[in-house]
Design a protein. Structure first.
Length: 268
């Protein structure tokens, strides 16, 4: 077997593993010395201490859900976490329903009628939370991994794209640094395109669009024995989101683990 054939075979194995992995794992895995994340990095002396630091700290992370490595991992994690926080909180769920209903109108005006199915999928999940037919994380996991679950992710991608383009002045300097001449060009290539990996700009835009705060723990090969925490606020400096009833999901904090090219969902 030639070297190129060996590489093709390795790539095929990797692709098969990706396609058979759960969209998002269930149940939450307890972070411990024997969890999958620890086992994955057990032989990496540079990163292993940082993995341990996730649950060996004053306020430790206690659990993790793993997302499929298909380019949609960021959206899969943040959307699941956001919806999970609506469970058992009817007022928050009602506020969020109002917010995404308004976004539905914006997206149809922006993209046209073809996005209606995506919008309906997203609204439908929140409606099930409100009417009690989705009342716990297990039921939410079923909704988030079957049927129209991919359509739901398209809604959130397009909402982020719409936010970036309607706030283009905030993002233009950054997209130009990535060799795009406009925010519109960036969104077409990086946000609207399903399975495209998400960078910090999309994290910022999601936080702003849905009025949540996102903490990302960066797990990389840099110096130190702790993960690097980055905080992305969905609120203006004079509004923390804790006391504003008009906010869609006030006080919501989503925590993610980032490894180069991939996000997973963390729990405290």
């Amino acid at each position: 077997m030639s070297l190129s054939q060996q590489r093709e075979e390795q790539l095929a194995i990797i692709q098969s593993e990706i396609e058979t992995a759960p969209l998002i794992s269930d149940p939450v895995e307890v972070l411990s010395e024997t969890c999958h994340l620890v086992e994955e990095y057990a032989n990496n002396s540079q990163i292993f201490p940082k993995v341990l630091s996730l649950f060996h700290r004053d306020t430790p992370y206690t659990g993790i859900r793993y997302a499929r490595r298909d380019g949609n991992c960021f959206y899969r994690c943040v959307v699941f976490a956001l919806l999970e926080q609506l469970l058992g909180n009817p007022q928050m769920a009602q506020n969020f329903m109002q917010h995404i209903t308004q976004l539905r109108t914006c997206l149809i005006n922006d993209y046209g009628d073809f996005v209606e199915d995506f919008c309906d999928a997203a609204v439908g999940v929140v409606r099930k939370i409100l009417d009690g037919s989705c009342a716990n994380s297990n039921q939410l996991h079923t909704l988030a991994t079957s049927g129209d679950s991919e359509y739901m992710l398209y809604f959130y991608r397009y909402a982020v794209s719409n936010y970036m383009r309607t706030h283009r002045d905030d993002f233009l300097p950054f997209v130009m640094g990535l060799n795009y001449d406009s925010v519109e060009a960036f969104c077409r290539a990086e946000v609207d395109a399903v399975a495209s990996e998400s960078d910090n700009m999309q994290v910022v835009a999601f936080a702003k669009c849905f009025h949540v705060s996102i903490i990302v723990e960066y797990l990389n090969g840099g110096e130190g024995d702790q993960t690097t925490e980055h905080f992305f606020s969905g609120f203006d400096d004079n509004n923390t989101g804790n006391n504003n009833s008009s906010d869609a999901v006030p006080g919501t904090v989503i925590t993610l683990l980032y490894r180069p090219g991939h996000y997973d969902l963390l729990y405290k």
